[in-house]
Design a protein around this ligand. Structure first.
Ligand SMILES: Nc1ncnc2c1ncn2[C@@H]1O[C@H](COP(=O)(O)OP(=O)(O)O)[C@@H](O)[C@H]1O
Ligand SMILES: O=P(O)(O)OC[C@H](O)CO
Length: 498
């Protein structure tokens, strides 16, 4: 009998990836392609939806070619994606009406201010679990309707469709037959009522968004449809979808309330599973849907950090400090400390727990002795400080003291960063063998729907530890460093405010 595999499509912020997994949850093949980041104005970020789809198609074929398999050996497809990023396209032609407005984009900051000034913050938080912020899709959709010729009218006439990236991919994979989103992605739009589990009419009215453009909300683990036969040379079931951070929580097998993971990708996102009850934050975290399957919803508390690995890309691409992100590790350990330098990578404002759209990046503490290596080290350290900020908020909100942290994502390959993370939180950091947990989670969700894996217990056995980083920093040193970080953040807040 031919071996079968689960396919995960990981539509990240900077690249499209396809990974084929076997029953043990091991990666058997992987293909990846970066796509273009468009920065039309300071603080604005766009993607071309067609490029996302084209690169995704290409990597699917490449991953299958590596194993020399046909569609009959792909047991199902799970999709995971950068969340919130908004795509708007014509129902008839499938053509996007404009570029996708990316989650990091701050163009709706003023619209958000106005909504807050009019006093809608409490109502929106109660219904969606989210603060009013340009991060979420709702105001992005309004902006696209307002600034694209004829779009508002076409939307009224039912001629346009909206989707986050998984919706866009499912639409294309099925040849325009299926228009759905899953619970986790819906919960990031600022339009979805996470208590009543429906698109919220009051918010849709407020933002004047016609419900007809919105996808049907489905579970994270069920067959939504099948790929067009021509695409992979046979039909394959599309059987799972979740936003990348929720998929990572599932991939890390954080199935129980109180379990936490932290993912270091373009941004950095800490999620705690809070079980069947949404927990409201008093410390700047958001309440979101962790997973919806088999008729049950699990919620999560989330600390969203907008810039993490993206800061390393900035050192690479804009400052030209190195050619490969991995080189940052040797540069950071070549100096004993940052020589008093702090980097606050608030390139697109600050997310949790500050929620300041007007914060901007800064390098502080510069003296004549600060070198490239110190700046690289300070940038890496900023990922760990931001994580500390959300970890403290999470402990307060949940009443649970974390005694270790499970990590994953591209940047957690950096041993210096992981050690500094353990030092600064004062708790061990646990890194798994497979740091592609986002894709793993998507594969698991789809695999459970098609019976590739029996149940969560079988999946749990696949999680393997790679390395534990134990804290090893003097308490006084830690306190002093954290104090410096807080001062640096304060200097960055409101920077871009008129
Ligand atoms: N060894 C490393 N040290 C620091 N950062 C790294 C390293 N390897 C990758 N990165 C960063 O991790 C990010 C890629 O991680 P990934 O999980 O693929 O992100 P995403 O899914 O958001 O595209 C990039 O921003 C890159 O700069
Ligand atoms: O691209 P990532 O992995 O940093 O994830 C992006 C998040 O989904 C944005 O909310």
């Amino acid at each position: 009998m031919k071996e079968t595999y689960m396919m995960a499509l990981d539509a990240g912020t900077t690249s499209s990836r396809c990974i084929l997994f076997d029953h043990k949850g091991d990666i058997c093949s992987m293909a990846q392609q970066e796509f273009t980041q468009h920065f039309p104005k300071p603080g604005w970020v766009e993607h071309d939806p067609v490029e996302i789809w084209e690169t995704q198609k290409k990597v699917m074929i490449q991953a299958m070619d590596q194993l020399k398999i046909g569609a009959d050996q792909v047991a199902g497809i799970g999709i995971t994606n950068q969340r919130e990023t908004a795509v708007l396209w014509e129902k008839e032609t499938g053509k996007p009406v404009c570029n996708a407005v990316v989650w990091q984009c701050r163009r709706t900051a003023q619209m958000c201010d106005e909504l807050k000034e009019k006093g809608y913050e409490e109502m929106i938080r109660k219904k969606t679990g989210l603060p009013i912020d340009p991060y979420f899709s709702g105001t992005k959709i309004r902006w696209m309707l307002d600034h694209t010729d004829g779009a508002a009218k076409k939307a009224e006439e039912g001629k346009l469709l909206f989707g986050t990236v998984e919706t866009w991919l499912i639409w294309n994979l099925t040849g325009g037959r299926v228009h759905v989103t899953d619970y986790t992605n819906a919960s990031r739009t600022m339009l979805y009522n996470i208590n009543d589990l429906c698109w919220d009419k009051d918010i849709l009215d407020l933002l004047e968004i016609p419900e007809s453009i919105l996808p049907d909300v489905v579970s994270c683990s069920e067959i939504y449809g099948y790929t067009d036969e021509d695409l992979l040379g046979g039909k394959v079931a599309i059987a799972g979808a979740a936003g990348d951070q929720q998929a990572a929580l599932f991939g890390q097998t954080c199935f129980q309330a109180g379990e936490v993971k932290n993912t270091y990708g373009t941004g950095c996102f800490m999620l705690m599973n809070t079980g069947g009850m949404p927990v409201n934050s008093k410390n700047g975290l958001i309440t979101t849907i962790a997973c919806g399957r088999e008729g049950k919803i699990d919620y999560a508390l989330e600390g969203s950090i907008f810039v993490a690995g993206a800061a390393i890309q900035w050192l690479r691409d804009e400052l030209g400090f190195f050619e490969k992100a991995s080189e940052s590790e040797a540069m950071a350990v070549s100096v004993p400390d940052t020589n008093g330098c702090y980097v606050v990578p608030a390139f697109t404002g600050l997310g949790a727990p500050y929620w300041d759209s007007y914060a901007r990046g800064s390098i502080l503490g510069l003296t004549r002795g600060v070198s490239k290596n110190h700046i690289v080290r300070a940038t890496l350290e900023s990922l760990a400080y931001q994580t500390l900020d959300v970890l403290k908020a999470m402990e307060e909100d949940s009443g649970i003291r974390l005694d270790s942290l499970k990590v994953d994502g591209g940047a957690c390959a950096n041993n210096f960063l992981m050690q500094f993370q353990a030092d600064i939180i004062g708790e061990p950091v646990h890194r798994p063998e497979c740091v592609e947990t986002t894709a793993t989670g998507a594969a698991y969700l789809a695999g459970l729907a098609v019976g590739y894996w029996k149940d969560k217990e079988e999946i749990k056995e696949n999680w393997k530890l790679n390395r534990v980083f134990d804290p090893n920093m003097d308490d006084e040193v830690r306190k002093k460093k954290i104090f410096g970080w807080k001062k640096a953040v304060n200097r960055s807040l409101s920077w871009d405010k008129e």
